[in-house]
Design a protein around this ligand. Structure first.
Ligand SMILES: *[C@@H]1O[C@H](CO)[C@@H](O)[C@H](O)[C@H]1NC(C)=O
Length: 99
C-alpha cells in the first residue's frame, strides 16, 4: 500500500514537470519555401507534448513540412529511398519549431 502511494506520488511529480504549456506553430502544410499554405495556427503543449517540425524530402529535395504539438517524436524515419522524413522536436523556447 505504502509502495503504491509512493509510486503514485512519483508518477504525479514527474508529470508536474511537464505542466508548463509552451506555444508552438501549428500548420498542416508548409511549402518548400517555408510558407504555411493551410490555415496557420498556434497550439499549446500539454502533458508530455513538445513542439515538432517535420520535413518531408522527396528525392533529396525538400517537398513540404508540417508543424504542431505532439508527444511522439521520431528523430528520423526513412519510408523508402525516395522519401525521407526529418523530424525535430523541441521544448526549450516558445515557437521553437519554426520552419
Ligand atoms: C509557397 O507559397 C508561397 C505563397 O503561396 C509562394 O509564393 C511560393 O512560391 C511557394 N513556394 C513553393 C516552393 O511552392
Amino acid at each position: 500500500m505504502v509502495q503504491r502511494l509512493l509510486l503514485l506520488l512519483l508518477v504525479l511529480s514527474s508529470q508536474l514537470g511537464f505542466l508548463h504549456a509552451l506555444p508552438c506553430f501549428q500548420c498542416s502544410r508548409v511549402n518548400a519555401s517555408g510558407v504555411c499554405v493551410t490555415k496557420e495556427g498556434v497550439c499549446e503543449t500539454r502533458g508530455s507534448q513538445r513542439c515538432f517540425l517535420r520535413k518531408v524530402y522527396e528525392d533529396g529535395t525538400l517537398s513540404y513540412g508540417y508543424q504542431g504539438c505532439s508527444s511522439v517524436c521520431y528523430p528520423l524515419a526513412l519510408f523508402n529511398p525516395a522519401v525521407t522524413l526529418e523530424e525535430k522536436c523541441c521544448d526549450d523556447s516558445p515557437f521553437c519549431n519554426k520552419f
